[in-house]
Design a protein around this ligand. Sequence first.
Ligand SMILES: NC(=O)c1ccc[n+]([C@@H]2O[C@H](COP(=O)([O-])OP(=O)(O)OC[C@H]3O[C@@H](n4cnc5c(N)ncnc54)[C@H](O)[C@@H]3O)[C@@H](O)[C@H]2O)c1
Length: 429
Amino acid sequence: MKKTTDRREFIKTASAATAAASITPFAIGAPKGRRALESVTLGVVGTGGRGTGACNDSLTINDNVRLVAMGNLRADKAKQKRDQLAEVHGDKVAVEDANVFGGLEAYEAVIDHPDVDCVLLTTSPGFRPWHIERAVKAGKHVFAEKPVCLDAEGWHACQSAHDLAVKNGTGIVTGTQYRRQTNYVEAIDKINEGMIGEPMSATARYCSTGIWYRDREPGMSDAEYQLRNWMHFTWLSGDQICEQAVHNIDVMNWIFGNPERCLAMGGRFTRPEDSEMWDNMSVDYYYPGDKLISFRCRQVPGTKADVDNVIHGTEGTAYIKAINGGSRILDRKGNEIYSSRGNIGAAYRQEHKDLIDSIVAGKPIVELKQTADSSLTAAMGRESAYSGMPLTWEFMTEDSTQDTFKHGLKMTDAIESRGFATPGSYELT
Ligand SMILES: NC(=O)c1ccc[n+]([C@@H]2O[C@H](COP(=O)([O-])OP(=O)(O)OC[C@H]3O[C@@H](n4cnc5c(N)ncnc54)[C@H](O)[C@@H]3O)[C@@H](O)[C@H]2O)c1
């Protein structure tokens, strides 16, 4: 409870500090049925690889958007990205120097900016639920990259933010692009229409080769170093199962609902010494009807990549491959009865089209809860692996008070890493 109180205090203080500086166009608690916009102005928080990619996707697919504000830990990097985007998109990029913000408070400046209708939240994941909460309270439309939470406290924040967005008539679309990728949507429609009979079990895999590691530079505080090398610190990435493999878990939840329980294991052999990440995890998730989904993720250099979902039904099997791999459905005799090609680039753009179209139509999409559930499903697998204990959905949503985020963080903070988890001695919260 204390952590929750601290979090609420932090948000309250942060909000009060910025409220004096600017007046948002949509007051907190703005009534449902707000006016539709003809065009939508964008602000982005986190201008790294995906933040810039998301801006590019929205500016490419939508005629009626303009990028007007950017926030990033380093403002100089954000300006570089602005200039690159302007080269491609011309005057759709209208970010004056004064509207490029740096540092840990940059998110407030972007969210509260009176010219911004919609914020793209694309920092490292640990910040996500708190940035979403702040944006929804400010009455802004949101695009939020996945994962949207890394633990129970973040999940609860997402539940409230979803409900408030619905109440206020603001949109939230999330970066689970496979929900908009045609070979996924079609194959899952076919499954729902009965093409493989009753889905009984599945395998979900996100096995890839290595991942980046960013060295500590001389003079960096712990906070600066961990923010830069965020993938390797669980409070920022949630480990690979949350950061990356949540895509496949989201597809399983899309088909089977939320899992009831799980038991996981895994380990680490190749990570750099100070990385908190594990190399691999293997989770048995049990869904309603005692349907078993066998999940694996792995990031080890020099190994074979395998990123797909296979759904076994009473009358056939569906193979849904990630990236551009496409989908196939076979009947029990092995005859192909459906196939389609994949196009992930189109899916990345479609999520931005759907968000902006829904805002302009005055019927904003709010899909935060489904992605919060998938994010928590991933966190449940991680916590089960770290502890070596079976866990239930009920524990995660009702009992767990886990709050991994470092609220009130300063760039100069000393942060002791908790090291990598060891089953048997890892404490569940
Ligand atoms: N949907 C997808 O397929 C997909 C693909 C790649 C990444 N992602 C997600 O996008 C997010 C970002 O990943 P990335 O690859 O762009 O990482 P990145 O390291 O390239 O960029 C992160 C950026 O966020 C900034 N940042 C971090 N904390 C901040 C804060 N508190 N305020 C302002 N700026 C902050 C950093 O300065 C950096 O520029 C992650 O959640 C990742 O999982 C999604």
